[in-house]
Design a protein around this ligand. Sequence first.
Ligand SMILES: [Cu+2]
Length: 115
Amino acid sequence: MDKKFSRRALLVAGTATAAIAAFPAQSQSMGKLHEVEIKNFKFNPDMLEVKVGDTIRWTNKDSAPHDATALDRSWNSALLRKDESSEVEVVAGMSADYFCSIHPSMLASIKLVAG
Ligand SMILES: [Cu+2]
């Protein structure tokens, strides 16, 4: 009946599915974990060298919500509130430039290097 509510429920369901897909059971043992802190509206570090099979974990230290979204929107982290984290596994051909979809001036990138 409440359109707003059902739209929100769908969004949560979609996020949960994406999170499961981003956490294959072996990802930790197969690659390196890279930590990116989001603070004062900046990704730190704002450039990461990663290999296929690595995992990137973003943690939001701001009161404002943030996420990490590919500029071409081919991948994204979960929406992060303060002190929340989200992980994305690095896959072949992953697009390199990303931003916060809520604050598009927050830009950062990853560099895929050969394993
Ligand atoms: Cu943001």
